[in-house]
Ligand binder design. Structure first.
Ligand code: NI
Length: 257
């Protein structure tokens, strides 16, 4: 029996899984991945995400938020949708939200404002935030430090930063989500990961993206979170069971799942 794990970040509701979603869910269960947390992207993904939660209410839990790559001139209309959903049903987090400086820097100010607004909603609902911080960790940290919302919790999803950023994240009592990048040759994360206390790490896939070795380049899926756990155990010279147990406890504590 594999140890119990949680995939804290997977977009299994996307069309990349339309042909074999049930098999993907079965393989996750076989691999020990008991729960899968689903970050929203924008108004176009909500229905599919809710449908997946309805199909697997014990294993899939939804988040609600507007992804920074979906922030454009229509941001106000999109945020109204997020706010309405947050008022209508429970979610495990506000996410994924944040700043993306990799794909498009046209709407940086709108991205920042959307991040601030959604972070304040999370704080008022006592929900954690799930942060997308591609090429933007320092600016996210600056926003969080300026907001200074007491008791706010969250995770830097797909963390790939340096040791200085790790310390600033720990100072905020935030966690770091570790995924397939840990297994990449030349990814660099394997050098930095030992600087993160294990009780500040949650495991994730970001499926269908960022597939771990040896499946890199193919579609990612939640069962592969086990490959991330194995790699982390290897790097930390710990037993897989212990890594799984501690990261699962971290996820349950952060997301109340
Ligand atoms: Ni994501």
């Amino acid at each position: 029996m594999p140890p119990t794990m949680i995939d804290t970040h997977a977009h299994l509701y996307l069309e990349q899984f339309d042909d074999d979603r049930a098999e993907v869910m079965d393989r996750a269960q076989t691999a020990g991945v008991q729960q899968i947390l689903l970050p929203n992207i924008d108004s176009k993904t909500v229905a599919a995400m809710h449908a997946l939660v309805s199909a697997y209410p014990d294993r899939c839990k939804a988040m609600m938020g507007l992804h920074p790559c979906s922030v454009d001139k229509d941001v106000d209309r999109e945020l109204v949708v997020v706010e309405q959903h947050l008022s209508q049903r429970p979610y495990v987090a506000v996410g994924e939200i944040g700043l993306d400086y990799y794909w498009d820097k046209t709407h940086i100010e709108e991205q920042k404002e959307a991040f601030r607004v959604q972070t304040k909603w999370a704080h008022s609902l006592a929900l954690p935030i799930v942060i997308h911080s591609r090429d933007s960790i320092d600016d996210i940290l600056e926003e969080l430090e300026k907001l200074a919302l007491p008791g706010l919790r969250g995770v830097f999803h797909c963390f790939t930063g340096d040791t200085t950023q790790i310390q600033r994240i720990l100072d905020l009592s935030f966690l770091m989500g570790i995924g397939g990048v840990l297994t990449f040759k030349n990814g660099g994360l394997d050098k930095v990961a030992p600087s993160i206390p294990l009780n500040s790490i949650v495991l994730e896939t970001d499926a269908p993206y960022l597939t771990p070795h040896p499946y890199r380049g193919k579609r990612n899926e939640s069962s592969y979170v086990a490959l991330v756990a194995e790699k982390l155990a290897d790097i930390l010279a710990m037993q897989l069971e212990e890594v799984a147990q501690i990261t699962t406890r971290n996820a349950k504590d952060l997301f109340t799942c």
